[in-house]
Design a binder for this molecule. Sequence first.
Ligand code: HDE
Length: 715
Amino acid sequence: MASTILAGGISKAKETMSSRHSKKIADLASDTKDVHDKSRRITSDFGVKQTNTDDWLKVASEDKTGPMLLEDPFAREKIHRFDHERIPERVVHARGAGAFGKFTLFESASDVSFAGVLTDTSRETPVFVRFSTVLGSRGSADTVRDVRGFAIKFYTDEGNWDIVGNNIPVFFIQDAMKFPDVIHAGKPEPHNEVPQAQTAHNNFWDFQYMHPEATHMFMWTQSDRAIPRSYRMMQGFGVNTFTLINNKGERHFVKFIFTPELGVHSLVWDEALKLAGQDPDFHRKDLWEAIENDGYPKWKFGIQVIPESKENDFEFDILDATKVWPEELVPIRYIGQLELNCNPDEYFAQTEQIAFCTSHVVPGIGFSDDPLLQGRNFSYFDTQLSRLGINWQELPINRPVCPVLNHNRDGAMRHTITKGTVNYWPNRYEAVPPTSVKEGGYVDYPKKIAGFKARMRSKKFREHVNQAQLFYNSLSPPEKAHVQAALGFELDHCDDPVVYKRLCDRLTEIDLSLAQNVAELVGGDVPQQAKRENHGKRAKGLSQMDYMPSEPTIATRRVAIIIADGYDAVAYNGIKAALSAAGAIPFTIGSRRNPIFAAGESKESDKGVTPDHHLEGMRSTMFDSIFVPGGSHVETLRKNGRALHWVREAFGHLKAIGATGEAVAFVKDACQLPGVQFSNSGEVVDSYGVVTASQVSPQSFKEVVKMAKGAKDFV
Ligand code: HDE
């Protein structure tokens, strides 16, 4: 039976957590309590065992319930604790999901950095990764059109290193001082707090027009990158330019990149919209389920490196976060792997309380003068103060796995007890002195700086269109069509003509036909002339199609097998086995959740198959592919509007569909494919991603799996 997110979730998670070795997980053990430990009894927070946690102490008898007594410390404690359960949600990236894992290197980067985490190929560095959307509140849906956060905390032997990245390599703005503006414009509008977790509104697009520097980024957010199929199938980018320092004291500029082993895949927009209502936790559950099923997500870790001497050799400023470093100019050097292999034990204590700071770097890694990064280095620490308080770094999920000791003291909720008579440096005992560089102390790169104080950006920061064109030109035709449709959707939700007309005008700086098509659709003035010629250049690595796995794979994909009484058991069992063998997760979707009986079976004498779900309980959007076996059950399915809708909708979302025997005609009718010839002679036929076989054979199952691997949705 398919392993679902609910089946055995808790016990398996616990077993996974304790059995998998990681320095960080071992570190958390002393703070972890297990509610499933049968020897434990309920106590108050001050440790007294309680006999009753259901009834407030009151003046009462069998005949009368009298007034409650304020005296009851247990009742008051329970209510007090409840009243204060919430902490402020993150001002951005409030909605997220995370997991533990490990980071390993297969190649040392010692030529450019002396950081242990980037040079020691024998190390396993524990990590916690948190994925998120940006604009929605904590309870918003996972599949909205938005940038995704991809934040990694590396618990290294030399201290915590945080890469607080996104799944898109560039950003809307160049200078951190603009961050409140871009976020205010994207979040719900101030007068009515509408819309939630959407960029499809006047203020967002007004901002985009008013800030030409956002042009490159908004093209990415209108692409399929902003509606990922899964957190496991998106890239991660550090976005900002950092620096690496090697043993010779040389400095290089660097960008960090994570590329998923499964390839980069997206939903189609209609699916994303429906899932937002049908399964708002779609991405959160997907990550959890993959880890529970041992389908550990993995990413290759890469660096793009520019020596300090070449800083000014590019037509763009390498410190400008609205620009990519095209791979043709700065190749990606893949040197490591990130793997997620363990779900958290408790959402709040771990995923919610984890706190990232771009300013957390370890020896061998440093900052650049990227004006977005410099501002972020201030902001993240500051925001943790209002979310978690000054001692946030003592929380179990945030504390490093290496020793921490210094003269910082006190503050609300201090946990550490520091023994000794001095709390300052220097002191007469030489207690807790600074570390020498030889002993691993952090080295600040001695950079010479000369300049004027001014509120300005250098000249190269003022060009905003070249890379927006480069991105658009590099997309495949379907990806371009999706950008056009996305802009059509977003601007249709703007009711201020100033907003959508101006934006259409901006598009003429990128591509004339894009501008014309969008303007026609949304009511803009259809332009006749480009404001800027498209340079026609392309770069690799920008289209998702560039990240297809070398071997197509169906691993971890969810496949629904639809059955009702009278299904063909040979076809059902055959496809299930073939899918499992290929690493996919088959789910049986029945006309009911009580047992379903195959052709020739009866309720009286057979056990039947108990489906994982029934047709009304799920929707096709929650699966990557569907299969309908033959058998007399097809007559039942034909009369079931929901069954027809499953097939038709999956076809509309370009999903792989398989059918055998009697189900061939059913699928054909459901998809309404006039003129398409499906085979009647036994051979396997593939039309529009639908594979059918009128007779069941091992070949037909292989074909279905092959088709699913190669289907549009999977590439
Ligand atoms: Fe963030 N960002 N950001 N950001 N950001 C936050 O920090 C901020 C930026 C990113 O899972 C906040 O802990 C400023 C770029 C992620 O906990 C806050 C600027 C990128 C997360 C903050 C930026 C990001 C955050 C809110 C402009 C991609 C979620 C809660 C200079 C490289 C981390 C928090 C998690 C969170 C500020 C721009 C990614 C307010 C001022 C660029 C993934 O500190």
